[in-house]
Design a protein around this ligand. Structure first.
Ligand code: ZN
Length: 253
């Protein structure tokens, strides 16, 4: 039988354990960038799912400020980003870990997992797999209607809608919707940071973007890093990230 690591690396060849990623990047922040980790305010934009404790950043960095909601989208929005920006300690800096998550079974099936205390398998990310089932079920144009009691799920579905064909024609749809969501989180976060840039009580902001891969309780979770970025907030105007407002996909929503 193949090891869980070899099964994960079939899909995510650069994935490392969450513990390894934590150690590597915290050391990098303090040794290479000279950051005082006691003055670094940690924030996350990961899914609300209780399974997302894959990294150990919170053991070293206090708090976090929770920007994310279902699927990992930064649903705290502009107001949340401004609040986070205001809370950064004097003389400190910010560090945001973000990305979607996807489960993997002991047999290597993506999109499902065995959770702590349970024998049966369940979806992970549940919100994204629900969004996928709705994309698959509707031959006609599916318009997620806004409802007050489920607005995060509805918005998450609207954000993947422009990529429907890309997702439905992919060799692995569950992996594809997760990739699309990574891009959506990444763009939305950059947009919010740019919009709130005058509010930050610091000069530097670090971003670590990744796909989180949830395994059965007896194994380590894995993380495939997609972006590590240092943003100099005073020079952010020349920052080359593209606003989501300028994306064709956004205009098509
Ligand atoms: Zn989730």
């Amino acid at each position: 039988m193949k090891t869980i690591e070899s099964l994960i690396k079939l899909h995510y060849p650069k994935a490392e354990t969450g513990a390894h990623i934590t150690e590597t990047y915290l050391k990098y922040l303090s040794d290479e960038h000279g950051e005082d980790l006691t003055k670094m305010l940690f924030a996350t934009s990961v899914c609300a799912d209780d399974v997302n404790v894959s990294t150990d950043f919170r053991r070293v960095l206090t708090r976090p400020f929770t920007l994310g909601g279902l699927g990992g989208m930064p649903f705290a929005g502009f107001t949340g980003m401004v609040a986070y920006a205001h809370h950064i300690p004097d003389g400190g800096s910010g560090f945001i870990f973000y990305g979607p998550h996807i489960g993997i079974t002991d047999d290597g099936e993506l999109g499902r997992m065995r959770r702590p205390g349970q024998k049966s398998l369940s979806n992970s990310c549940g919100a994204l797999m629900l969004a996928l089932s709705r994309l698959e079920a509707n031959n006609d144009v599916y318009v997620p209607m806004n409802v007050e009691y489920d607005y995060q799920q509805i918005l998450l579905e609207r954000m993947v809608m422009p990529y429907k064909q890309e997702i439905l024609t992919a060799s692995n749809r569950k992996k594809a919707i997760t990739e699309v969501t990574y891009k959506n989180i990444d763009k939305q976060l950059h947009f919010l940071i740019k919009k709130a840039k005058e509010e930050f009580n610091c000069k530097r902001l670090y971003l670590l973007g990744a796909i989180i891969i949830n395994t059965s309780p007896e194994y380590n979770d894995y993380v495939e890093v997609r972006n590590f970025e240092v943003i100099d907030l005073e020079k952010l105007d020349s920052h080359t990230s593209t606003s989501i407002m300028e994306e064709e996909a956004f205009k098509a929503l």
